[in-house]
Write a protein that binds this ligand. Structure first.
Ligand code: ASP
Length: 322
């Protein structure tokens, strides 16, 4: 290589290195794959607050919505790998490869992993005047009225889609599905009585359940949720083995320099130990992960095992998009 070219290259590498060492020098954008006001948005805004402190920078939440969360993933994969675009996504990162015949990203190749963030259980809820007082009546009504009952979700690839898919397959009954850009807007329609039922994270449903605005028929975790102790699990009520817990991870585009990744991992580590963050999530039935899960290796391993876990289940349930 020509000497002057070599010098220029060395200068560029040095400048990039220095930028990475000083990171972050400006606000960071946190992509949220669903609409404002919903559960992923709620978690993202809490995380932005707490992670901004150790990074000494503002973290700006940007709702990049559409196609069950895949629009945000695709945009994040193509963003500049400089640490100023960070993606928060949930279990949908592992179900999209089985659900979509073509995807413009590969969750296992296009990202650097920061770590897991939090686990959030789901609840099965219906509009406040739904004519069923308990789970048994709920099932009876659903089966008798399957042609008119509507199920709201946040699109193919959303946690609410996955939960609905598993629920419909467990009770062997299909319903008309109404997709939204997030379960924030879906909740508004449920409250308004435009749709009948949905399955959504406790981060979005706890307030409405406690306020008596919606009816609740069960939680989707293996054991009951500490903040909603009187609500039985679906498994307890006869849907053996039914379990969906919405795990979340933090990602940056492939090629983001190691010092930047390390800085974000450090900030995430501090965040999951933060007392206010823990308390805020606990009120909503959610929990930050332990510090050893808030690490790149842990998220990478979880993602691999979740992709392998959901692929055959989704295939069996038989739902795809192009
Ligand atoms: N709860 C939604 C889901 O089904 C997403 C959201 O609006 O946060 O994945």
């Amino acid at each position: 290589m020509h000497f002057r070219k070599l010098l220029a290259l060395a200068a560029l590498v040095a400048a990039t290195g220095a930028q990475a060492q000083n990171y972050p020098t400006k606000p960071i954008y946190l992509y949220i794959p669903f609409a404002a006001g919903g559960p992923t948005d709620t978690l993202g805004r809490n995380l932005a607050q707490v992670m901004g402190k150790p990074l000494k920078q503002q973290i700006i939440v940007e709702n990049v919505v559409g196609a069950g969360g895949t629009v945000a993933v695709s945009r994040a994969a193509k963003a500049s790998p400089d640490g100023y675009t960070v993606l928060l996504h949930h279990i949908g990162m592992s179900t999209a490869p089985a659900l979509y015949r073509t995807l413009s990203f590969d969750p296992l190749k296009d990202f650097e992993y920061i770590g897991e963030v939090a686990d959030v259980p789901m609840t099965v809820i219906a509009r406040g005047n739904f004519p069923a007082a308990n789970f048994t009546e709920f099932l009876t009504y659903l089966k008798a009225n399957k042609d008119k009952v509507t199920y709201a979700n946040a699109g193919l690839g959303a946690a609410s889609h996955l939960c609905g898919l598993l629920f419909m397959s467990a009770i062997q009954t299909d319903f008309t599905t109404v997709p939204y850009k997030g379960t924030g807007p879906a909740m508004n329609d449920l409250l308004g009585g435009q749709v009948d039922f949905m399955c959504d994270q406790t981060t979005n449903t706890t307030g409405q359940i406690n306020g008596g605005k919606v009816k609740v028929y069960g939680v989707t975790s293996k054991t009951r949720v500490p903040s909603l102790p009187s609500i039985p699990t679906l498994a307890e009520q006869g849907l053996k083995g039914f379990e969906v817990v919405v795990w979340h991870g933090l990602y940056v585009p492939k090629g983001t320099p190691k010092p930047v990744v390390d800085r974000l991992v450090g900030a995430l580590q501090e965040s999951v130990k933060d007392a206010d963050f823990k308390a805020n999530l606990a009120k909503l039935g959610a929990e930050p992960v332990s510090a050893d899960r808030a690490k790149p290796e842990s998220l990478h391993k979880l993602l691999q095992s979740e992709i392998a876990k959901w692929a055959p289940i989704i295939k069996k349930a038989g739902q795809y998009a192009d």
